[in-house]
Write a protein that binds this ligand. Sequence first.
Ligand SMILES: [Zn+2]
Length: 360
Amino acid sequence: MNGTDKICVFCGKPPTSKNKEHVIPQWLMAHTNVMDNNVRLGFDKHTGVIREFVYKAFTFPACELCNSRFAELESIVKPILLKLLSESPLTNIDLHYLLDWFDKVRVGLWLGFYYLDKNIGNITPNFHIQTRITAHDRMLHIVKVENIGQELSFRGCDTLSFHFTPSCFSMTINNFCFYNISSPFLFARRIGFPYPSKSYLRKDGLADYSIEPAREQIVRPLLLKPFAFSGVGIYQPIFKSLLRKEYSAYCNNDYVKSNSLSFENGIGNIFIHSNGKVIAYPSDPALDWCPSSYYDRISMNPAISIDTLEQQLHLETLMPSTEKLPECDKNWWKDALCETRRYANGLIKTMKNNVKEGIS
Ligand SMILES: [Zn+2]
């Protein structure tokens, strides 16, 4: 895999009946009126030139069959996201599908930038959209933005950190900004589910875990690093990877069962963190997801980009240990993480300097 081989963003195989996937869906571009606008996608890591695309041309390879299969998710999520953007009540199931959609967009953007940067970190993607939807603990932090004008933008996808571990990005859609984070057992321990006491990175990029029994109680906050902007947190624990026989005893208890949307599929409830409380989100339509206060759009830039990068750097500190890897792989990760920090800190410094000098 050299970053120029064509693979389907959904299944990871060479695309059959080749098609193109808009990782940012066309209906959303139309809704935010950006279809013909230029979108800035960081810069070319090989030439240093700033990259700009017309939004509607931001497409990547996909199989025709995969594309039509995932169009179903788009048709489910479109009315949900439109309701959200008009500040209408949503159910826990609506939020479950919305989290699925953010998994799809996040992994789609990751593979998109993998192509754009011609696989700058020389990685082999070990998952694709199909295998990464509803796969691990996931959350949205929703921040309300002053309602002036339309916007569709995303942040944090052009970093080396995202290239190595696509766990966190942020996206602004009109008057809402969403931080999206997903990672194995991200908040399992603090939400009272079975959790790993130790995790070890494997050669294939996945990890082995030493699992501990559920503590059956919620500990706030669910994530230790606070966000720069206050808002409402939506959390969903996913324990699919513990459905295997050797782990089943850890999940088979009343706490996990009563806090699951689908216990047999390893899918936890939707929880909401708002006003200092973490509770199960209602199954009837509710406005609980909507933050009560908003931020001025101008004051959020570039703080939101800096915060996204800092969240990524924090997530790197939670990575599984490399101690069981062969020496050469340990050194590879050490160098990669050192480079991601250097790169992110350079970007953060540039953004802060631009603010000082009044450059947008
Ligand atoms: Zn495919």
